[in-house]
Design a protein around this ligand. Sequence first.
Ligand SMILES: Cc1ncc(COP(=O)(O)O)c(C=O)c1O
Length: 383
Amino acid sequence: MRGLSNRVQTLKPSATVAVNAKAMELRRQGVDLIAMTAGEPDFDTPQFVKEAAIRALAAGKTKYAPPAGIPELREAISAKFKRENGLEIPPEATVVTVGGKQALFNLFQAILNPGDEVIVIGPYWVSYPEMVRFAEGVPVEVPTGPESGFIPDPADIERKVTPRTKAIVVNSPGNPTGAVYPKEVLTAIAELAQKYDFYVVSDEIYEHLIYEGEHFSPARVAPERTITVNGAAKAFAMTGWRIGYAGGPKEVIKGIIDVSSQSTTSPDTIAQWAMVEALNNVEEAQRFITMAREAYRARRGIIVEGLNALGLPTPRVSGAFYVLSDVSRIDPDENQAALKLLSEARVAVVPGTDFAAPRHVRFSYATSEENIRKALERIAAIL
Ligand SMILES: Cc1ncc(COP(=O)(O)O)c(C=O)c1O
């Protein structure tokens, strides 16, 4: 009678978290390693945000919050959606979650019945298909490749729509590709959702990290069926604070809140007060975001140029802080290539296997220019 559920036994632990943990362990053992694995900014959380958390602590704001989040933060999120994304989402149609990850996890629990299909555009963030499967849904992949800069053709998406299609996940700028979808593509996807009656799950967590082009929210086109997910982690270098949020159709948001109320109760109250400041202090926030974006832009130039010069084809994508690089020249098997990069070059990367990116590895350039240059030298040496 004892033992684990089938659901948990088939759940794949996050490859990126695992490989990052391995890199950190090697570093603790004293190995001189350049870690390009992490999906987290190398900057510290801005001081104005930290001070808001200190003020909240001093004022004793240390008790449970409502499962939907504190009202002040829901108001700040609603104002942010309007100011930055042109979306009319009232505070009651928003929810604060334990990272963007919990918003997505709860969302799939809230909308999927067994066998419902969710279209995911590959290469994708490893958690989407796992979260869908955990909710007894079926992920349906639409692959993209470097020739299109990992941007999908809406006609390919339409071919994968069936009567069981419940949602599509879009992630622009994307992890692990760095691709920024043009407005026309996002509009076409939202129109498909309207035509065939399914949800758009728009994961906009990298929205501020765009180096060419502009961010566009598909909820502008299909507000009645789009759930927009975002968070503090990437915009404000707040990965450890665990604050995410979502806005969209009220019945879906209520579903997310209900799942929270029976699992985490509410996100950390102190961190929520810090997030109120991060969103409402627009001037300080913009200063920080611009500083970080310009740093990433310079790093992207170095890494894209450097990897291509080494014969590792790497598209010059426009967003996030990742590139997917074709490492066939090191080894046709991306896992072997990642292992060689780790053991011989002492550069840690994530193999593309779990992202549905064979022959590729993901480099995160959320690290200093000096580290990026050093990594390129080490890779050149093993080649
Ligand atoms: C595409 C994407 N979505 C969502 C998240 C979740 O971020 P968090 O839960 O830290 O807000 C991440 C984090 O790596 C991500 O890469």
